[in-house]
Design a protein. Structure first.
Length: 265
């Protein structure tokens, strides 16, 4: 298998950015090369630059570009990441338990954030009406989220009582894994969505998680994404962003009420 040339790297990352909005810098050359080499092999192409040429020229099947997006989208996460947000959400749920809460995990990756939210809502709200929807750019991680089967090490932040109530420990061929209980899986829905494009039909939300995804975009794209997401946030709703993500320079109609916690201004 040939190496990925700088010219092909620039071409494929420009194509990827045009489709996804995500900009991959030169520091991602090794990652992109490794993943594209595997894709080229699977497609029966020994020359990775030739594989890229077919993609850029539009000569590859449409499904091949979907596979590229799936492979180049980084999806590293775990349950109850940045727990301050879940503490904040828990306080809000307890303050208004009669509300029919709807929560959107807008960059849900393989589903850990959405299921963490569902565990908390099931604990606080019980059988009252509530809903969690997760969306992600990658069709493969959406499928993974729907399966709800995870390595045990991703559950290191899950409270022990939640592990007992909402998770099933794998045995036999699933040793070292956990499965989210069906009672939660039935309350969480996942769909594919590209935050840089028109959103699928979604309800208005009380809470939106938009965490650890804006770091991949420039300021113009960040502003477009947040404005698009805000069209789905109720007037009294709350938006959570990643702790390393600042919205202060984007001129958005938002007010910060706690670290990475925003409400309509």
């Amino acid at each position: 298998m040939t190496a990925l040339s700088n010219k092909a790297f620039v071409a494929v990352t420009k194509l990827f950015e045009g489709v996804s909005g995500i900009r991959l810098g030169e520091n991602k050359h090794a990652l992109v090369a490794g993943r594209l080499q595997k894709l080229a092999q699977e497609a029966g192409e020994a020359n990775v630059d030739a594989y890229v040429d077919r993609l850029v020229a539009g000569h590859a099947p449409a499904a091949e570009m979907t596979r590229v997006i799936d492979r180049l989208t980084t999806n590293e996460t775990y349950f109850f990441r940045e727990p301050q947000h879940f503490n904040d959400l828990g306080d809000r749920l307890r303050a208004d338990p009669q509300r029919e809460w709807k929560v959107w995990s807008a960059a849900s990756s393989s589903g850990e954030e959405a299921y963490s939210t569902a565990m908390l809502m099931a604990d606080v709200l019980g059988q009252r009406p509530w809903q969690v929807i997760g969306t992600d750019l990658s069709t493969s991680v959406v499928a993974s989220a729907q399966r709800a089967l995870y390595p045990l090490e991703r559950a290191r932040m899950v409270p022990p009582e939640y592990l007992k109530r909402y998770c099933l420990k794998g045995q036999g061929e699933h040793e070292g894994q956990l499965l989210i209980a069906k009672s939660l899986r039935d309350r969480v829905r996942f769909v594919q969505a590209n935050l840089m494009q028109e959103l699928p039909k979604l309800p208005p939300f009380d809470v939106i998680f938009l965490r650890n995804v804006l770091i991949y975009f420039d300021n113009e794209a960040k502003g477009q994404i947040v404005r698009r997401v805000l069209t789905q946030l109720k007037p009294d709703g709350v938006l959570y962003t990643g702790h390393a993500e600042s919205l202060s320079s984007l001129g958005l109609p938002l007010k910060v009420v706690a670290t990475a916690v925003h409400v309509h201004a």
